[in-house]
Design a protein around this ligand. Sequence first.
Ligand code: SF4
Length: 346
Amino acid sequence: MGKRILTASSIRALRNCRKSYFWRYVEELSPVRTDAALRIGSVFHECLERWFRLDLEGKPKDETAVAAILAHIDESFPNRAGDPEQNRLWHQTRGMVVGYVARYPAESFRVVAVEQTFECPIIHPATGRASRTFRLAGKVDALVQDPDSGEYYIMEHKSTSQIGGSAIEKLPLDFQVHAYVLGLSRSLGIPIAGVIYDVTAKVALKQRVAETTADFEARRSELLLKSRSGKTSAVQRQAEADSEFQARVAERYRDPEMFLRETLYVSQADVDEVEAEIWELTQQLLTAHRTGVFYRNDALCFQFNRPCAYFPLCRAGGNPNFVENLYEKRPAHSELATNGDESPAF
Ligand code: SF4
């Protein structure tokens, strides 16, 4: 048997709830994806990949290049004319991309690689012995180099509903960031100075829909009641045209606060600590595989006030009917072959 792969996503699942690890990485079940946030994140990610590849390939980052990226968004939401949800996602993603390329038309660093994968041994922290069972693998969004210092940095693109806050505060402790530095530096044999966390906010604007006649009459009656003259100039509101809404979204993305780039310098001591944690987890995982016991962590079933993606399955004791309707078979670590992060269970 070949060695088993561990990624930052699978280790996160293992640390959070072993049952979720079991469903995703042993049974290879994944929830059927319907989450709009994930769809936006993944198309936006694909667009940034194209944008950074221009640097990598020495191609101009001009209007033609931007038009090609916007065409990719159009293709990603082909039914937007008749599907309000697709139309919303299209507006959102387009606004983010147009705002991003205006905010960062050129980079001060050299793009060394885009969507760079890695795979390397997991080393026992005390003995220096490589694990005979597990290897660490992953994929980073980009590897860049400071042309002045020659230092290498991993670049990670994130889209979020809110810039700043705890996600940035906890970066120095972020497991994924340190696992990426460990894996990529060991795999490529180069020192990596840190991680540039590249965050774009998702705008909360909504396209105005047409006012129904009933709603208009109700609003008009209210205005008439308040009017001293007994008259009102109110007219029935029309739906906001796509072009109008797109202009409003674009205006929002002209605000620099919709974007953040935070550089985290990673010390060797932090990387060593993370590797020691990974080693410890490999030992626990060996035991779980041997005994078949992947215990549940019910404290996380409703984290963030919503059910874990595997909640229906856990509650039904793995009933095959639930599997068929709500989950699909997807190979473990499929994100290494495609764009974006693994769909989070929590
Ligand atoms: S529902 Fe609860 S026990 Fe089941 S996988 Fe999710 S967090 Fe774990």
